[in-house]
Design a protein around this ligand. Structure first.
Ligand code: TXA
Ligand code: MG
Length: 324
């Protein structure tokens, strides 16, 4: 059921139920982070393996100490600069944090989201809400209440409608448990923005574009449409179109000239990373529903502000690297 009733959502969370909630990045599937059965239910509903830990969402900085046993100066600087917002900090956990939340690790991912509805829910609930993206494992994250309904509607108690997610891609995840900060998942808060706040360099441990396209076996399918999805440069697209099975979909962001055909459904996104990120998942979902032979996505620029988008496109197309 889709609603805007926060009081009802709080009651469901208190009773150990699951509530899908909007955040500025993507919709999350929330449960009381201290309720082991509720957390286990999240994994069942998503069909997600237990070794993929969950992010715990909080309303304010003064709750951090309940979950993390260390809040280093580096973590504090990042929290002050980017919270509430699309950044997840990996910190050393407090001993009482459930293993099922952290995948048995000694660390926990924490985030204060900026979406007003998420904050209202978190404040009204009062505790931490564990919430992965509200999609089945490996699928595309939902960025509207309707997309959550399509993904999980028959499996969960309530969906809170908070409109379109403004960011559209999942948060940047940064591990700040060591001496050097390490980005585990790129997001729209870039490595450069983080380096500027910390006045130090930041490394990344996710697969680079080069590695992702050249070493198929290393790839992990994630964030993927069910339709075969290819990412290719604007130079490669015309040749590919000649021999490809049709009808097909084409997701571009530049004005490359291509033959008009009723067998080719072209969707053009804006050539600017924030606007592109905002529309990407909704567009992929729409195209995926049409059951095209394939979806071709024009490769995005290799500039840092496109890093998160490039990462998600590589993952969305991982299934096909071997065939390409
Ligand atoms: O924007 C987001 O981060 C959204 C919204 C709902 O907040 N959430 C989200 O959650 O994308 P999820 O579960 O789909 O992705 C969280 C990622 C997983 O890949 C998980 O492995 C990683 O965060 N993660 C969580 N806790 C971790 C930890 N302690 N150490 C390393 N990685 C962790
Ligand atoms: Mg996810």
């Amino acid at each position: 059921m889709i609603t805007t009733d926060i009081t009802k959502a709080v009651k469901i969370l208190q009773d150990g139920g699951l509530v899908a909630m909007p955040t500025e990045t993507v919709y999350g599937l929330g449960a009381d982070a201290t309720n082991e059965n509720a957390i286990k239910h999240i994994f069942r509903v998503k069909e997600r393996p237990y070794d993929h830990p969950l992010i715990v969402h909080l309303a304010s900085l003064d709750q951090v100490a309940e979950w993390a046993r260390e809040f280093t100066p580096m973590a504090e600087q990042l929290a002050k600069a980017f919270w509430p917002g699309p950044l997840t900090l990996i910190l050393k956990k407090q001993p009482q944090v459930l293993d099922v939340v952290t995948g048995g690790q000694d660390t926990i991912g924490l985030r204060i989201p900026s979406h007003p509805v998420a904050l209202a829910l978190l404040r009204a609930f009062g505790g931490g809400i564990a919430a992965p993206s509200a999609n089945k494992f490996t699928h595309i994250s939902p960025t509207t209440a309707l997309a959550v309904e399509e993904e999980l509607g028959d499996r969960i108690d309530l969906i809170i409608d908070g409109g379109d997610c403004t960011v559209g891609l999942e948060s940047t995840i940064i591990d700040v448990t060591g001496d050097q900060p390490v980005i585990l998942r790129p997001g729209m808060i870039t490595a450069e923005a983080i380096a500027q706040v910390l006045q130090s360099s930041v490394t990344s441990s996710y697969e680079s574009h080069q590695a992702a396209t050249r070493v198929p076996g290393m790839h992990h399918l994630h964030y993927a449409p069910t339709t075969l999805t290819y990412v290719m440069s604007s130079d490669e697209i015309p040749d590919f179109l000649q021999t490809a099975k049709k009808p097909l979909a084409l997701l571009t962001h530049t004005n490359i000239a291509l033959p008009e055909s009723d067998q080719i459904h072209r969707l053009q996104l804006l050539n600017e990373p924030n606007a592109y990120a905002h529309d990407l998942y909704r567009s992929l979902r729409e195209l995926d529903k049409q059951h095209y032979q394939c979806i071709i996505v024009e490769a995005v620029p290799s500039m840092p502000e496109w890093d998160a988008i490039r990462d998600r496109l590589n993952k969305a197309s991982a299934r096909n690297l071997i065939n390409k």
